[in-house]
Design a protein around this ligand. Structure first.
Ligand SMILES: NC(=O)c1ccc[n+]([C@@H]2O[C@H](COP(=O)([O-])OP(=O)(O)OC[C@H]3O[C@@H](n4cnc5c(N)ncnc54)[C@H](O)[C@@H]3O)[C@@H](O)[C@H]2O)c1
Length: 393
């Protein structure tokens, strides 16, 4: 069933900064109005992968806040994420996406106070996705989770007793607990026959019960937590120390960010979720006996807006135990780094799905800070694995 068909992208957190940039980016790409800088799928020169065209992607989604795409564009321009000259072109567009983005009642995700089971929320989400799919007669829908970072829930403990889909399904039908909202979106996506990409650090499709459901339904998924900035640089640099047998004694990373994501992370429980995701790359690449002191911290600095500043200090030693150090400062526009990754992931997941792949797409590890079922965090090796995989098509 090779061929070009219409693909729906259902953005969770559709009014957020990354989603707004994805919606605008797709419109500008369709019109050939921007360069394809930042898009990995555009680098595969001479290889015919038959990726879905930007013009064949229909966008829908949901959020908890009521807004519209025009306000999203304004906000991107105000934050210097989107150059103003593009806003003029975008102002002439009639935003179809606005018809397809629904506002959900936030009580759906604090089920204790809503007095409805988790299954109720799943049914609600499924209904909206099904409506989107039917309205546009979409061949495939990919649910892309770009929602806020949710706190670390004790769900992992619960999950230990809910390792099969039927146990988890039972739990959803009877529980009023607060769980990671992304878990409910992943379950909704699979049950509705949609692929799922988790760009957030939230607990979602990586738990065994949902991995089982994806395979039962024959659906691919990938996650989690997009690797866009400081962690990306770390996963490129850490192998240098490993391969030259230089002993890293300390690696301190300090991140400052001021966007809405940064604000969510000022909740200590959400911050814990992000830090745990960001900490994995170093400890997996470098030999981590008791000698390695590696810390990462995050602070919300509102004046920075979307412009994240990360300062990393690496203290290491070489021959004669001579101590040396390296530090770097990363100043990245988080959203301009993240949006093309989301678009690439949609195209790559769609391609795999058309080729009949299901379950975890491990070869997409290079895109994530906490890649599901892939223990290697070394960016070079991850990219090699991805290229080999794509060559095998
Ligand atoms: N920007 C980056 O470089 C980057 C990198 C990796 C991961 N991420 C992750 O991507 C996600 C989105 O980032 P962002 O900068 O767009 O954040 P954002 O705060 O601008 O947007 C998140 C959106 O999710 C919505 N939301 C919250 N709970 C929801 C729910 N239950 N259902 C539906 N919508 C919900 C919010 O209302 C908001 O509009 C975050 O989890 C962030 O940690 C971002």
């Amino acid at each position: 069933m090779e061929g070009k068909e219409t693909v729906g992208v259902w953005l969770v957190g559709a009014r957020g900064t990354i989603s707004s940039a994805v919606i605008c980016g797709l419109e500008l790409l369709k019109r050939g109005a921007i360069a394809k800088t930042g898009l990995f799928t555009e680098t595969l020169v001479g290889v015919s992968h038959n990726f879905v065209e930007y013009s064949e992607i229909v966008v829908g989604g949901c959020d908890l806040i009521e807004s519209d795409t025009r306000s999203g564009v304004r906000s991107l321009v105000q934050q210097n994420i989107l150059p103003w000259q593009h806003a003029e072109l975008l102002s002439t567009i009639e935003w179809k996406a606005d018809d397809n983005i629904v506002t959900l009642d936030k009580r759906c995700f604090s089920n204790g106070s809503f007095n409805k089971t988790l299954q109720h929320t799943i049914s609600l989400i499924r209904g909206h996705i099904a409506h989107f799919k039917a309205t546009y007669r979409l061949d495939r829908v990919i649910v892309v989770d770009c929602s806020s970072t949710s706190p670390v829930f004790t769900f992992t403990e619960i999950a230990a007793g809910l390792s099969t889909w039927s146990q988890l399904d039972d739990y959803f039908s009877n529980s009023f607990d607060d769980v990671s909202h992304s878990l409910l979106y992943a379950a909704s996506a699979f049950n509705e026959g949609c692929a799922y990409i988790n760009f957030t650090p939230n607990v979602a499709s990586e738990i065994p019960a949902l991995k089982e459901l994806a395979v039962i339904k024959g659906i691919p998924h990938a996650g989690k937590d997009g690797k866009t900035g400081e962690t990306l640089v770390k996963s490129v640099l850490a192998p240098l120390f490993l391969h030259r047998n230089l002993e890293v004694m300390s690696w301190q990373g300090y991140n400052m960010l001021g966007n809405a994501d940064g604000k969510s992370l000022s909740d200590p429980r959400a911050k814990e979720s992000k830090i745990s995701s960001k900490s994995q790359s170093l400890t997996s690449i470098l030999p981590h006996d008791d000698k390695l002191h590696a810390n990462v911290s995050i602070d919300y600095v509102p004046s920075l807006g979307d412009w994240k500043v990360a300062w990393d200090f690496v203290h290491f030693k070489g021959f004669f135990d001579t101590a040396m150090s390296m530090d770097f400062t990363w100043r990245g526009c988080d959203t301009a780094l993240a949006a093309p990754l989301v678009i690439d992931l949609v195209r790559l997941v769609d391609l795999d799905w058309r080729k009949g792949k299901d379950g975890v797409l491990k070869h997409l590890a290079a895109f994530f800070k906490s890649p599901t079922d892939f223990s290697c965090h070394d960016f070079h090796q991850q990219m090699q694995y991805l290229h080999n995989y794509l060559r095998s098509y």
